[in-house]
Design a protein around this ligand. Structure first.
Ligand SMILES: *Cc1c(COP(=O)(O)O)cnc(C)c1O
Length: 374
């Protein structure tokens, strides 16, 4: 886009949209194709076969590329995107650094598929000193900020410099922040990886993922991986995600306001021993979050006295529905320790603020907390 840099709402509405043309739809519908018509020589034709490319992917990639400020490649899930980066861009004989406290499946890919390729994983907590101290010989540093579910935040500019001093690529999982909440590529990261199944699509109805690379050649390398391995998104999912980006900014604004209101409420409750929300002024993440994030996000973590107390709270809530994942229009919550893969207290609840009216959510939360006290 030319001209002055526009606001996030405007950028979201226009992202990846074709120029207005009479009698054309605002966003062309999904293209469903396995083979495309093709006669004679292949030459430099792009739409040849559905595993190679698709106009609907290109539209979504243009949108994400604009918002992230890089070259986007879409994948059928966040994990397909993560796996492409880990397997294609790590180097045999050199370790990778991954978060010990981030999305569990990322370290499971390393455990099951990188180690036997001669790429050891160093698992490090989401903490600046620990990360910077673990970079000797590393080819790839992966951070998740804010981290899931603890919501720790690290300074992307600082770790990007440290990674580059060691000749390592910096990958940032931008799922929690979203491209409107944080711009890792502008802060020095080489690649962004994210799940599109959360805020980006935002309606709890599809699975998708993407990589955004600062360097076009690296995006091309990942595109080649996608074509070869067949880890391709469905055109309909890609189209639904693109359609949903138009409302990303308004959804996020309401979600963040709701998260802030619920975090404030939780911080005043005697039975809640810990509240994590980067927007709370006394949160350990607040300082760095203010510097590098445009919004504080929709996720709140809090700790109730024990497992049973947390279960009673979840059962009593009506608007806060029980589900894993986050970022959708509905407010959801889960007791995170139920998965066993994350080292958090038994009473840790991860709350994802939706777009309901703030007053209704505050009432529902108050009612559920009161009822759970017994
Ligand atoms: C959900 C999630 C992923 C994985 O995304 P899928 O679309 O479920 O494959 C990766 N990282 C984070 C931080 C996530 O929340």
């Amino acid at each position: 886009m030319t001209g002055p840099r526009r606001g996030p709402g405007t950028r979201a509405v226009r992202a990846g949209q074709p120029e207005p043309r009479d009698e054309a739809p605002f966003l062309p519908g999904p293209t469903f194709a396995a083979p495309y018509h093709l006669s004679g020589e292949v030459g430099s034709r792009v739409d040849v076969y559905g595993r190679d490319d698709n106009p609907t992917w290109r539209g979504l990639e243009a949108a994400i590329g604009e918002l992230e400020g890089g070259n986007a490649v879409v994948f059928p899930s966040g994990m397909a995107a993560a796996t492409a980066v880990l397997l294609e861009l790590s180097q045999s004989g050199r370790p990778v650094v991954l978060p010990s406290d981030g999305y569990p499946a990322v370290r499971e890919v390393a455990r099951d598929h990188l180690d036997r390729r001669g790429v050891p994983a160093r698992l490090v907590a989401t903490e600046q000193q620990a990360i910077v101290g673990a970079l000797a010989d590393v080819s790839l540093l992966w951070i998740e900020t804010p981290s899931n579910p603890r919501l720790d935040v690290v300074d992307i500019e600082v770790v990007a410099r440290a990674a580059h001093d060691h000749g390592a690529l910096l990958v940032v999982d931008n799922t929690l922040a979203t491209p409107l909440g944080q711009s890792p590529l502008h802060l020095g990261a080489d690649l962004v990886v994210a799940s599109g199944s959360k805020h980006l699509s935002g309606h709890s109805d599809l699975i998708l993922g993407y990589v955004a690379a600062r360097d076009a050649a690296r995006a091309q390398q990942l595109r080649a991986w996608r074509t070869l391995t067949g880890a391709i998104p469905g055109p309909f999912e890609a189209w639904l995600a693109h359609r949903s980006i138009a409302t990303l900014e308004v959804r996020l604004a309401r979600q963040c306001a709701n998260a802030a209101a619920m975090a404030e409420l939780l911080a005043g409750r005697p039975e809640v021993s810990l509240v994590r929300y980067p927007g709370l002024s006394d949160d350990p993440s607040h300082g760095v979050a203010c510097r590098q994030m445009q919004i504080f996000g929709s996720l709140v973590g809090f700790v109730l006295p024990d497992r049973e107390w947390a279960e009673r709270f979840l059962d009593q809530a009506e608007l806060v529905v029980q589900a894993t994942s986050f970022g959708g229009a509905h407010t959801t919550a889960e007791r995170r320790a139920r998965w066993g893969s994350t080292d958090v207290a038994e009473g840790w609840v991860r709350l994802s603020a939706g777009i309901e009216d703030t007053g209704d959510l505050v009432s529902d939360l108050t009612h559920a907390l009161d009822a759970a006290r017994r």
